[in-house]
Design a protein around this ligand. Structure first.
Ligand code: ADP
Length: 626
C-alpha cells in the first residue's frame, strides 16, 4: 500500500521530536491517556445530547497493557473513536495552526521550545516508539481502520476489524541505546507510577493488570504471583481534591498536560465556593503568552464540568476579554444538564459564576502586586496590554476594576510604577499626572518637551505601548488628578514672568509667525515658546488627538483620516529665533526655506514621516553650502 506523507511542516516537527533530545520522554503516556480521556468525554457528552448514542453506566474505561517480549505497550479506550477521515486529519497533521519558526542550526532549547509550542500530544509517542499502530472504530461508523506509522517517512491507513467502538494504540518500544533505556517502560511498576504521577486525576478508570505476590505457604516462605485487573488512578479530578492534599507540582503537571504548555504557570488559583451556587474553581495564569494567543482563532474560555461530565471545553462566557489568557476548569453541580449552548449562555447561574471568577482573578492579581512585585511585573510585561485594552474597551466601563493593576515606566524611579504610586509621590503643588508617549524609553527621553517637566522635578509616566494613551484617555482622571501629555500645548508650567516674555515675543512677531503657518499649512499655529531648553523646535498638539494617537490611526488598515491638530513651537532663546527675524525682514525667500526645514525637524523629532524628504534634503544642502 502506498505510504502517505505527512504534511511538510508536520514532518519537520516530527523529525525534531524524534531526534531531539526532549528531556522528558515520560510524558508520552500522559499524552495518550489524556487523548483517551478526551475521547471518553466526547462520548459521554454525545450520549447526553444524542438519543441514539447509549452507554452503560460506569462502562467507560482506559486500559493499559504491555508485553515485555514483543516490546509493546497498548493503550485502549472505548470512547468515541475515529473515522477513516478523522484518522487521516487528526494523525496526519501535527502542527495544525500555522507557521513554525524553523531555523538552521537550532540550539537544543530552541528545538524544545518549538516542540513545546505545539504540545505535540500523540506524536510524543514517537520519542519512545519506532512504530505506532492505531486501530479505531468511530461511534458514527460500522467500519474500523488501522493507521500505522514508523515515523517521519509517512503513514498508512487500511481497513481492519474491531468489535466495539473506541481506539487501541499499540506502541513498539524502541531498543535500548547507550543514552536511553527504553525497556524501562516495559515494566509494571514503572507504568503504574507514571499513571499515578501524571494521570491520577483523569476521571475515568485507567485499568491495568497488576501482579500480586501472595503468601502461599507461610512455613516455607513460598509466594505465588497472581494478576488482577486494577484501577490505578484515584479518579478524583484534581480540582475536587482538598487543596491541602495537592502539591503545587501536581497542579503544575495537570496544567502543563491539560493546557499543552511546556512551562509552569506563573499563578495557580484554586477555590471551592459554597453558597447559593456551589462550584470548584482551578485557574492558571500562564508564564508566557500561549503560542496561539494572537491567532485569530484563539478561543478564550474555561473548561466547564457539571456532575463529572465535561460539557464544554472552552466556555467563553466565563472570562472577560481582558482575562482571556487565563486557563482553567470550573465544575458545578448547579448547572442544568440541559446543555445546549444557547440555554447555557442565558443561564443566570453561569453569569453569577462568571462574575465571581472575574473578581477572584482580579483580587489575586492585586494581591500579587502587593506581595510579590517581581512576579507581578513579569506577569504585567506579558499580559499588561490585555488589561490596558480592558480599560479602553466598552467606553471605559471596566476602568475602575482595572486601573489599579496597570503600570507604566516612571522617569524618576526608572522602573514600572502604578498610578497610585505616582499620585502618592506627587509634589505638593502638582495637580496633573504627566505622561509622555513614544516607542521606547530612549526615544521618550530625547523628546524636547520632556525636559521642561523634568526640570520641575515632576515624575513622568512613559507610555511605550500603542494602546497606552488610549487607556489613559479612557481613565480620564485618577484620584481626582487629570492627565496631561507633555507634548500637548498648554502644560502651563512657566512662571508668570516667563509667560509675559513669551506673550510679548509672540505679539511683536505675530506677522512673521503667521507667514510661517501659512507656508506650512499643516499646523494650526506657529509660536514662540519658553518650553524648550536646548532644542530649537518642537511639535505640540491641541485637543483630544495627540500626535502619538494619530500615528496609531495612521497605521490602521482603514484610514479614518483622524489627525492631531499641531502647533510648531520655536525656542525663543535659541539663536534660530533671531536668525528667522532677520531673514523675515531681509530675504523672504530664504525665510520660507528655513521655515520648511524647521518644520521637518520638528516632525522628525516627533517621529512623524516627512512628506517630501527629497525637497527637504535639497533645501538643507542649499542652506549649509552657503
Ligand atoms: P491534541 O490532543 O492536542 O488535539 P493530539 O496530537 O494528541 O493533539 O491528537 C490529535 C487528535 O487526534 C485529537 O484532537 C483527537 O481528535 C484525535 N485523537 C487522538 N487520540 C484519540 C483517541 N484515543 N480517541 C479518539 N480520538 C483521538
Amino acid at each position: 500500500m502506498a505510504k502517505k506523507e505527512f504534511k511538510s511542516e508536520s514532518k519537520r516537527l516530527l523529525d525534531l521530536m524524534i531526534n531531539s533530545i526532549y528531556t522528558n520522554k515520560d510524558i508520552f503516556l500522559r499524552e495518550l491517556i489524556s487523548n483517551a480521556s478526551d475521547a471518553l468525554d466526547k462520548l459521554s457528552y454525545r450520549s447526553l445530547t444524542d438519543k441514539k448514542v447509549k452507554i452503560k453506566k460506569n462502562s467507560l474505561k482506559i486500559n493499559l497493557s504491555f508485553d515485555k517480549d514483543a516490546r509493546t505497550i497498548t493503550i485502549s479506550d472505548n470512547g468515541c473513536g475515529m473515522t477513516k477521515e478523522e484518522l487521516e486529519d487528526n494523525l496526519g497533521t501535527i502542527a495544525k495552526s500555522g507557521s513554525l519558526a524553523f531555523k538552521e542550526n537550532m540550539t537544543k532549547q530552541e528545538k524544545i521550545d518549538i516542540i513545546g509550542q505545539f504540545g505535540v500530544g500523540f506524536y510524543s509517542a514517537f520519542m519512545v516508539a519506532d512504530k505506532i499502530t492505531v486501530t479505531s472504530k468511530s461511534i458514527d461508523s460500522e467500519e474500523a481502520y488501522t493507521w500505522e506509522s514508523t515515523g517521519a517517512d509517512g503513514y498508512t491507513i487500511k481497513k481492519s476489524q474491531k468489535a466495539t467502538s473506541g481506539t487501541d494504540i499499540v506502541l513498539n518500544i524502541k531498543t535500548d541505546t547507550e543514552e536511553f533505556e527504553y525497556s524501562k517502560y516495559l515494566d509494571e511498576y514503572e507504568l503504574k507510577s507514571l499513571i499515578k504521577k501524571y494521570s491520577d486525576y483523569i476521571s475515568f478508570p485507567i485499568e491495568m493488570e497488576v501482579t500480586h505476590h501472595e503468601l502461599k505457604d507461610e512455613k516455607k516462605h513460598e509466594y505465588e504471583d497472581h494478576k488482577e485487573l486494577e484501577t490505578i488512578n484515584s479518579m478524583v479530578p484534581i480540582w475536587k481534591k482538598n487543596k491541602k492534599d495537592v502539591k503545587d507540582e501536581d497542579y503544575e503537571n495537570f496544567y502543563m498536560d491539560k493546557f499543552n504548555d511546556y512551562d509552569k504557570p506563573i499563578k495557580i488559583i484554586s477555590s471551592s465556593v459554597e453558597g447559593m451556587i456551589s462550584y470548584k474553581l482551578l485557574l492558571f495564569i500562564p508564564s508566557h503568552t500561549p503560542y496561539d494567543y494572537y491567532n485569530k482563532d484563539y478561543e478564550k474560555g474555561l473548561s466547564l464540568y457539571t456532575s463529572g461530565v465535561m460539557i464544554m471545553e472552552k466556555c467563553s462566557e466565563l472570562l472577560p476579554d481582558y482575562f482571556s489568557f487565563v486557563k482553567g476548569v470550573v465544575d458545578s453541580e448547579d448547572l442544568s444538564l440541559n446543555i445546549s449552548r444557547e440555554i447555557l449562555q442565558e443561564s443566570h447561574n453561569l453569569k453569577l459564576i462568571a462574575k465571581n471568577i472575574e473578581s477572584k482573578i482580579r483580587k489575586e492579581l492585586e494581591n500579587m502586586l502587593k506581595d510579590d512585585r517581581e512576579t507581578y511585573e513579569s506577569f504585567f510585561k506579558t499580559f499588561g496590554v490585555q488589561l490596558k485594552y480592558g480599560i479602553y474597551n466598552n467606553y471605559g466601563q471596566d476602568k475602575e476594576k482595572l486601573q489599579n493593576l496597570i503600570m507604566f515606566y516612571s522617569s524618576k524611579k526608572q522602573k514600572l510604577i502604578t498610578l497610585k504610586e505616582y499620585v502618592d509621590n506627587m509634589a505638593k503643588e502638582q495637580d496633573i499626572i504627566y505622561y509622555a508617549v513614544g516607542s521606547s524609553i530612549e526615544k521618550i527621553n530625547s523628546l524636547p518637551q520632556v525636559e521642561q517637566v523634568k526640570d520641575k522635578d515632576y515624575d513622568i509616566l512613559y507610555l511605550t505601548d500603542y494602546v497606552d494613551e488610549f487607556a489613559i484617555t479612557a481613565i480620564q482622571e485618577y484620584d481626582k488628578h487629570k492627565f496631561a501629555n507633555v507634548e500637548s500645548e498648554n502644560l502651563d508650567l512657566e512662571s508668570d514672568e516667563e509667560k509675559k516674555t513669551t506673550k510679548k515675543a509672540n505679539e511683536d512677531n505675530s506677522e512673521m509667525l503667521k507667514a510661517m503657518a501659512t507656508e506650512i499649512k499643516d499646523v494650526s499655529e506657529v509660536r514662540f515658546s519658553n518650553k524648550l531648553k536646548s532644542h530649537p523646535v518642537c511639535l505640540t498638539s491641541q485637543g483630544d488627538v495627540s500626535i502619538e494617537m494619530q500615528k496609531v490611526f495612521d497605521a490602521m488598515p482603514n484610514d479614518l483620516g483622524i489627525k492631531a491638530q499641531t502647533i510648531l513651537e520655536i525656542n525663543e532663546k535659541h539663536p534660530i529665533a533671531e536668525k528667522l527675524k532677520k531673514l523675515y525682514k531681509k530675504d523672504k525667500d530664504e525665510f520660507l526655506k528655513y521655515t520648511k526645514i524647521l518644520y521637518s525637524e520638528a516632525k522628525m523629532i516627533a517621529g512623524l514621516p516627512i512628506d517630501n524628504p527629497t525637497e527637504i534634503s535639497q533645501l538643507i544642502c542649499e542652506v549649509i553650502s552657503k
